[in-house]
Design a protein around this ligand. Structure first.
Ligand code: BGC
Length: 881
C-alpha cells in the first residue's frame, strides 16, 4: 500500500457513527464508522483505510489501530477496537490511502456509550398512584423530585423513557426539544430510551427534575374503533440522572418511591382527539426546586421493562414554524378561519389575551367544504380539537401537549373578551436528514415533488404512517412498501425504517406480517397477512441496502424476509399460486367503486402471486450477499416457479390492465422475450385511457418504470404530465400541497370526496418520486453494486421539459446532475463526490463524445455539451479547469 503523502487538499472529514439519534450517547457497543473524503483533486478514490481508537482526544494513551483495510467504501466500517462499555467515552480517527497518496489523520471524533445493559438501571418506572390502572381518558399525570447537589457539576446525563409519551424539565428548563418520546415501537419487546447531556441545566444547591407523561400510543385511542389501553392502563416515567461532581463523586437521582405525583393544566391529551388545557389548574412553580409538593400523592414503583433499547433514530421534533396571517378583523363571536398555506402535521401555537376563565377552541381540517367550512368528515372519529381555558395572565401562549393534527385549515372559536394576537403552525416530524432534491422546468412537477416531500414529512412521525389526520395514523405496511424507494432518496431513512423493520420482525407471527406495524389491529382480531402489504418485509430492507449500502440491514432482517416468503408459500394452492385469502390487491384502483377499494381491474391472485415471486427473488439475492448462498437456489427456484405459474394462468388477463402489464415487466413475471410486446400493450392501454392513470397502490410505482424500460418514454411522460383526473398533476391543479389517498379526493367542481376513506396526506401515490430522480434527472444510486457500478447518471429528457436537476447526499458525499436543452443542444453537468465513480449514459438521440455511449466519471465536476449531430466535449473537472 502506498505511503506517499497525499496532496494537502485531500482530507478525511465528516466522521460519523451509525447512530442518527443526535443524542449524546449511543447504544452501539461497537458502532460502525463512516467518513468522507474531501478533495478538489480529480478522480480521487480510497484504496484502503486505517482507524485508530483511543481513550483520550490527544491519542496519548493506549491506542487500538486497525489493519490497513483494503476498502474503497468510506462508510459503515466495522469498529476496530474492544467494544465500548456503558458510559465509556472514546475517540476515533481515520486516515485514507488514496490513489493520490496517504491522507493525514482526520480530526478525532468522540463517541460515548449509553447504558448498555439492563443492570445499569437502578431507576424503576413510577406513576402517581391515582394514575395506576386508569382506563379512561383523564388529566396528564405530573411527576417531580427535588434533590441537592453538594458541589459544582462537571457533567450530567439523563437516561429516560416512559410507558406513554413524556417531556422532562430540569429546574424548569426542558431537557430537549424531542416530542412524543419515546415514539412508538412494539413496547413490550422494544422500548426505546434516550440519553441527554443535561450538564448545563443543573447547579450546585437545590435542583428539581419534573416530567409530564401523556397517554400517546401506549394508552390513548388507536384505530377507528378508538381502542384504548392497547399496551396497558398505567402510564409511567423511567428516568436515571447521573451527575458527576467536581469532587469526583457521582450523584444519581432515579425514579423511585421518593418521587411525588400530581396533576396540572392538561386535563386530557390524545393523539386523535387533541387536548383540553386549563391553565388555571397548573400548580404555580411545580417544576422548581422550592415547590412544596407535600400535598402531592405518592407514586407506585413498577418493574423495570425488560425491553429497553437505546434510540438510534432521530426523535420527533418541530421541523418548521410557519407564521399564519390573521384576517384583519373578525367580528366578535365569529370563528377565525386560518389557512396555513400548506397541509401539514403538527399543531397551532396561539398568542392570546383574555380574562381568566375565557375559552378558546381550535378545530382542524385538511380541506374546506364547498361552503367554506372545515371539512372534518374525513377525520372520522378523530376529534382533532384543542381547547383551552385562560388563566387571566396578560398574554397566554396556547399550545397542545402530546398530540398532533394533520391539517391545513383551522378555526379558532373564542369566548367574549379574547383577542388572538398571533398564530404559528408548528410542523412536527421525525427529524430525518433531508438528503435529496429534484427540480425541473415544469412548476407543476416541482409542486408534485414538494407534495411528496411534505407527505413524507407528515407521515414519518415515529413510525411510517398511512396518514396523519383521521382515526388511523398507523404503520400500514403496504403504503411504505410502495413508497420506500422514493422515501430513501428524499431523506436519510436508514435508522428510521431500519428500526421499524425490527418491529416488523418482532410482530411477525410464524412469518405472517400483520397489516400494520406496530400491530394494533391484532386487538381487533385481525390475523390476516396479504401481498404487497406484508412484502414490506422484503422490499423495505432491500431499498435501504441499495440506497445506503448497509449490508447489516439485510443481515438483521434476513430471517424476517425469509419467514415472510415461507409463510406466503404456505398460502399457495398446489399450482403454486396464492389465490385464497383476503387481498387488498391493487388497492384504490381508480376504476374500483368508491366503497370497494379492493375491487381492482387486476385480479388479486395475480398481484399476490407476482409479489410472492418478486419477494422470493429478493430473498435469493439477499441470501447470496450475506453468505447464505446455499439458500439462494431454493428462493431463486421459488421465484421462477411462481412467475411461470402466474404467467401461465393470468397472462391473457394481465395484459388487459396497466397494473397487470407493469407487474409482468417490472417483477419479471413474464419471460423477458415478451416484455417488448407487453410494454407496447401497456402503452396502448395508457393512450386509450387518455393518458389518465389507471393504477392503484400496487401498479402506480411500477407503471412509469415499465413504460421506460420497454421503450415508451414518451408515453411515460404523457402519463406523468396528464392534468385530468386521475393523474398526479390533477391533484396539483386542484391546489394539493400533499399527496392524496384517492386520485379523486376533490372533484372537478371543487367538492371533497365523501367516501369513508379520504385523506389528503397519504404518500403511497408519491411513489412516482423515484422515477423523477432516476429517469427525469437521471440520478441512480445502487450501493449493492461494486464501487465502479454504484452510480449511474442517465438522464432521459422528454415531455417538453427543458431542464431537470437532482442531487443526493450519498455516503460518499454530494452527487448532483443537471441537464438543460437549448437549441437542439443538451448540456449535462455532474458532480461526483470524492471516492466515488459514476457512469454517465448519454441520452438517446445525442451524439456521445468519442463515440462511447457510457462515460466513466471519477470524482470531480463535469460539463458536457452534446448535440444531436455533433458533440462538443467540454470536460472540465476541477483539477483542469
Ligand atoms: C389506509 C391505507 C392502507 C389501507 C389498507 C387504509 O385505511 O389508510 O393506506 O394501506 O387501509 O388497504
Amino acid at each position: 500500500m502506498t505511503t506517499v503523502s497525499a496532496p494537502a487538499d485531500i482530507a478525511v472529514v465528516g466522521l460519523a457513527i451509525d447512530d442518527d439519534s443526535g443524542l449524546i450517547a449511543t447504544g452501539h457497543a461497537s458502532p460502525r464508522l463512516s467518513w468522507k473524503l474531501q478533495s478538489q483533486a480529480a478522480d480521487v478514490v480510497q484504496l484502503a483505510y486505517e482507524i485508530e481508537v483511543a481513550a483520550t482526544r490527544a491519542f496519548d494513551g493506549a491506542v487500538s489501530r486497525s489493519d490497513v483495510v483494503k476498502e474503497a467504501r468510506p462508510y459503515l466500517a466495522p469498529w476496530p477496537a474492544s467494544p465500548l462499555e456503558s458510559r465509556e467515552v472514546r475517540w476515533w480517527r481515520v486516515r485514507a490511502h488514496t490513489n493520490l497518496g496517504l491522507t493525514a489523520w482526520s480530526e478525532p471524533s468522540r463517541v460515548e456509550a449509553s447504558l448498555l445493559s439492563q443492570s445499569d438501571w437502578s431507576a424503576r418506572p413510577v406513576s402517581p398512584i391515582s394514575n395506576v390502572g386508569r382506563e379512561t381518558a383523564g388529566p396528564v399525570p405530573l411527576l417531580r423530585r427535588a434533590f441537592e447537589v453538594g458541589a459544582p457539576v462537571v457533567s450530567a446525563r439523563l437516561y429516560v423513557t416512559s410507558l406513554g409519551v413524556h417531556e422532562v424539565h430540569i429546574n424548569g428548563r426542558p431537557v430537549s426539544g424531542d416530542l412524543l418520546e419515546p415514539g412508538w415501537t412494539v413496547y413490550p419487546k422494544r422500548l426505546l430510551f434516550a440519553a441527554y447531556d443535561v450538564t448545563a441545566l443543573l447547579a450546585e444547591g437545590p435542583n428539581a427534575i419534573s416530567a409530564a407523561v401523556g397517554d400517546g400510543w401506549y394508552r390513548g385511542d388507536l384505530t377507528w374503533e378508538l381502542t384504548r389501553n392497547v399496551y396497558g392502563a398505567t402510564t409511567a416515567l423511567l428516568a436515571q440522572l447521573e451527575v458527576t461532581l467536581a469532587t469526583g463523586e457521582t450523584v444519581v437521582v432515579v425514579t423511585d418511591a421518593n418521587w411525588r405525583g400530581g396533576y396540572g393544566a392538561v386535563r386530557s391529551a390524545d393523539l386523535y382527539q387533541g387536548t383540553e388545557t386549563d391553565y388555571g389548574a397548573e400548580p404555580a412553580g411545580w417544576r422548581a426546586a422550592g415547590f412544596d409538593d407535600g400535598g402531592w400523592e405518592a407514586v407506585r414503583v413498577l418493574d423495570l421493562p425488560a425491553s429497553l433499547e437505546m434510540r438510534a433514530m432521530p426523535a420527533v421534533r418541530i421541523v418548521e414554524r410557519r407564521k399564519i396571517e390573521l384576517a384583519a378583523q373578525t367580528p366578535p363571536g365569529v370563528p377565525i378561519g386560518l389557512d396555513a398555506g400548506q397541509n401539514l402535521t403538527g399543531y397551532l401555537r396561539i398568542a392570546a389575551r383574555g380574562p381568566a376563565g375565557a375559552r378558546v377552541k381550535v378545530r382542524h381540517a385538511e380541506v374546506l367544504d364547498t361552503d367554506g367550512s372545515l371539512f372534518t368528515e374525513a377525520l372520522r372519529e378523530a376529534r382533532a380539537t384543542d381547547s383551552y381555558v385562560l388563566d387571566g395572565r396578560p398574554v397566554s401562549e396556547l399550545a397542545p401537549a402530546f398530540t398532533f393534527h394533520g391539517f391545513r385549515y383551522a378555526e379558532i372559536e373564542a369566548t367574549a373578551g379574547v383577542t388572538i394576537d398571533a398564530v404559528t403552525a408548528e410542523v412536527m416530524s421525525s427529524d430525518l436528514r433531508q438528503i435529496g432534491r429534484f427540480a425541473c422546468s415544469d412548476p407543476a412537477v416541482n409542486q408534485l415533488a414538494e407534495n411528496i416531500r411534505w407527505s413524507q414529512r407528515g407521515n414519518f412521525l415515529a413510525v411510517p404512517t398511512d396518514c396523519p389526520q383521521r382515526d388511523e395514523r398507523l404503520g400500514w405496511t403496504g403504503d411504505i412498501q410502495v413508497f420506500a424507494p422514493t422515501a430513501c432518496l428524499n431523506a436519510d431513512c436508514r435508522s428510521f425504517l431500519g428500526g421499524w423493520l425490527r418491529d416488523l420482525a418482532l410482530e411477525q407471527d410464524r412469518g405472517r406480517v400483520p397489516h400494520v406495524i406496530p400491530d394494533v389491529l391484532a386487538q381487533l382480531g385481525s390475523k390476516q397477512g396479504c401481498a404487497a402489504w406484508g412484502d414490506a418485509a422484503t422490499v423495505v430492507p432491500w431499498s435501504l441496502y441499495r440506497t445506503y449500502g448497509d449490508l447489516e440491514v439485510l443481515r438483521a432482517q434476513f430471517d424476517s424476509m425469509k419467514a415472510w416468503v415461507d409463510w406466503c408459500a404456505t398460502r399457495t394452492e398446489p399450482d403454486g399460486l396464492w389465490t385464497r385469502d383476503f387481498q387488498f390487491g391493487d388497492w384504490l384502483d381508480p376504476d374500483a367503486p368508491p366503497e370497494k377499494p379492493a375491487a381492482a381491474k387486476t385480479s388479486a391472485g395475480f398481484v399476490a402471486s407476482a409479489y410472492l415471486a418478486h419477494s422470493a427473488g429478493l430473498v435469493a439475492d439477499a441470501a447470496g450477499l450475506i453468505g447464505q448462498a446455499h439458500l439462494a437456489a431454493h428462493y431463486r427456484d421459488l421465484h421462477a416457479r411462481t412467475a411461470l405459474a402466474a404467467w401461465t394462468r393470468w397472462s391473457e388477463e394481465a395484459v388487459r390492465s396497466p397494473t397487470g402489464c407493469a407487474l409482468a415487466i417490472e417483477f419479471a413475471i413474464a419471460p423477458e422475450s415478451e416484455h417488448a410486446e407487453i410494454g407496447a400493450r401497456l402503452a396502448e392501454l395508457v393512450a386509450a385511457a387518455g393518458y389518465r392513470i389507471g393504477t392503484g397502490f400496487v401498479g402506480t410505482p411500477l407503471v412509469l418504470p415499465a413504460l421506460t424500460r420497454t421503450g415508451h418514454l414518451d408515453v411515460a411522460y404523457r402519463l406523468l404530465l396528464n392534468r385530468d383526473c386521475p393523474g398526479w398533476l390533477y391533484q396539483v391543479d386542484r391546489g394539493a400541497t400533499t399527496m392524496w389517498e384517492r386520485w379523486d379526493g376533490i372533484g372537478a367542481d371543487g367538492s371533497p370526496n365523501r367516501a369513508s376513506m379520504v385523506s389528503f396526506n397519504h404518500y403511497a401515490y408519491g411513489a412516482v418520486g423515484a422515477w423523477l430522480y432516476q429517469t427525469v434527472a437521471g440520478l441512480n444510486v445502487d450501493l449493492s453494486q461494486p464501487p465502479d457500478a454504484q452510480i449511474v447518471l442517465a438522464p432521459q429528457p422528454g415531455g417538453g421539459l427543458t431542464w431537470a436537476e437532482a442531487e443526493l447526499e450519498t455516503p460518499y458525499g454530494r452527487l448532483a446532475i443537471t441537464w438543460r436543452l437549448e437549441d437542439g443542444t443538451m448540456t449535462i453537468e455532474a458532480v461526483v463526490p470524492p471516492g466515488a465513480v459514476a457512469q454517465l449514459t448519454i441520452p438517446a438521440g445525442f451524439q456521445p463524445p468519442a463515440g462511447e455511449p457510457s462515460i466513466r466519471l471519477g470524482a470531480g465536476e463535469y460539463s458536457f455539451r452534446l448535440s444531436s449531430s455533433t458533440t462538443v466535449p467540454a470536460h472540465t473537472d476541477r483539477a483542469t479547469s
